[in-house]
Ligand binder design. Structure first.
Ligand code: LMR
Length: 392
């Protein structure tokens, strides 16, 4: 009944985590999927999340459907948290099953709004971006946007691409906690890119999956504001997986920002129609937890504090790694100044394979390290493995 189906390869990132999980060597170190771990290697349920869950269990009056747009209180709180300077009247919003569904819905909206649209994607990027955008029938075009040897974003290249793009094209942007490089654009570069996008009429698709993992929640929002303030139109996808530790609950949102408010109803109606034929209505629990936390001053303060401590832990690991300087041919120094969960170093396929085979250290073929998954006390062991793997 399915003559055209072809066998599909396993997702390279998620299957690597499974392989790592099955490795019984005591030195096993899984730095693959972007999941935060504490010093004991656990991915904790955050305190405020547990408290909100207890509260919901006691007080939630119904499990009736949420409606296609999802939890309006959640959407309001998240919008105010991530883009406090943007007028609510200019924003169409929909809750989605995680940030991935927000991206998929955004891509489908872009394709529905202009069927021949090209989306420009600077590489390297998240391993799911390209397949996901392609599935939505967008014409996906890649260009190199990062120099791994110098660990520098290729800002001029990005500006050239935007200048040569057709009006109405889209441009994928990760302005905070870039996955996989950990290298964020400086504010002046971000401003130049925003101005170029606005001047050319290119629509940015802004992927925010690590809000708060950069400097702090508020500083990350400020950085984002400097971008959004210059843009007449933008799509913004948001994930609560990392900053609320709600990974499996699939709490996310898509916001469409259009200044002047005129497009809001049109976009909302189209988002509803697209979501209805896909997941129909989003899952409740994760968004209800986020709405409960952000609607309660004490829970919100506790969440902020715990998130700040998690982010401080990641920064401390970055400092410890960078303190080792140059290890074989790899300079760990730049890791200190990078942000978010990841860094992308020039490991190469052979080194990645040796780390796995000889040292039970798992990183994806790209060489991306999930620094948020590394305990400070295991930094020395990781560096020793990195040195030994290069000497063999
Ligand atoms: C990652 O990049 O590791 C995370 O965003 C998890 C995922 O879904 O790939």
């Amino acid at each position: 009944p399915f003559p055209c189906l072809q066998p599909q390869p396993a997702d390279p990132l998620l299957s690597l985590a499974q392989i790592a999980g099955a490795d019984r060597r005591p030195s096993r170190l899984d730095l693959s999927v972007g999941v935060y771990r504490d010093e004991a290697g656990r991915t904790p349920v955050m305190r405020a999340v547990k408290a909100a869950e207890h509260r919901l269990a006691e007080t939630q009056p119904t499990k009736a459907y949420l409606g296609i747009l999802g939890n309006a209180v959640f959407l309001d709180h998240v919008r105010a948290l991530v883009m406090p300077g943007v007028d609510a009247q200019d924003v169409a919003a929909i809750q989605t099953p995680g940030g991935t569904a927000a991206l998929r819905l955004a891509a489908e909206l872009l394709a529905a709004g202009k069927p021949d649209r090209t989306i420009w994607v600077g590489t390297p990027t998240w391993s799911n971006h390209l397949p996901l955008l392609g599935e939505a029938r967008l014409d996906v075009r890649c260009f190199p946007a990062f120099d791994i040897a110098t660990q520098a974003p290729l800002v001029d290249r990005m500006l050239d691409i935007i200048a040569a793009a057709a009006p109405g094209d889209a441009f994928l942007l990760q302005p905070l906690c870039h996955n996989p490089t950990g290298v964020d654009l400086m504010p002046d570069a971000l401003a130049a890119i925003a101005d170029a996008l606005a001047a050319r009429g290119v629509v940015p698709l802004i992927d925010i999956a690590y809000h708060g993992f950069g400097r702090s929640l508020d500083e990350d929002s400020e950085r984002l504001s400097a971008l959004l303030d210059r843009l007449p139109h933008a799509l913004l996808t948001y994930s609560c997986s990392k900053n609320f530790g709600l990974y499996r609950e699939r709490a996310g949102a898509l916001f469409s920002i259009n200044r002047g408010g005129a497009l809001r109803d049109l976009i909302t109606g189209n988002l509803q129609a697209l979501a209805r034929t896909s997941w129909s209505m989003p899952p409740d629990h994760g968004a209800a937890v986020v709405a409960t936390i952000l609607g309660d001053a004490a829970l919100a303060a506790d969440w902020r504090q715990e998130l700040a401590a998690m982010v401080a832990r990641v920064h401390a690991v970055r400092q410890a790694l960078a303190g080792h300087g140059v290890v074989g041919a790899i300079d760990l120094g730049p890791v200190a100044g990078q942000s978010g969960m990841f860094s992308l170093l020039p490991f190469g396929a052979e080194l990645v394979a040796r780390l796995r085979g000889d040292h039970a250290v798992y990183i994806p073929d790209s060489g991306r390290i999930n620094i948020a998954g590394l305990a400070a006390e295991r930094v020395d062991g990781f560096v020793a493995a990195l040195r030994a793997a290069q000497m063999r």
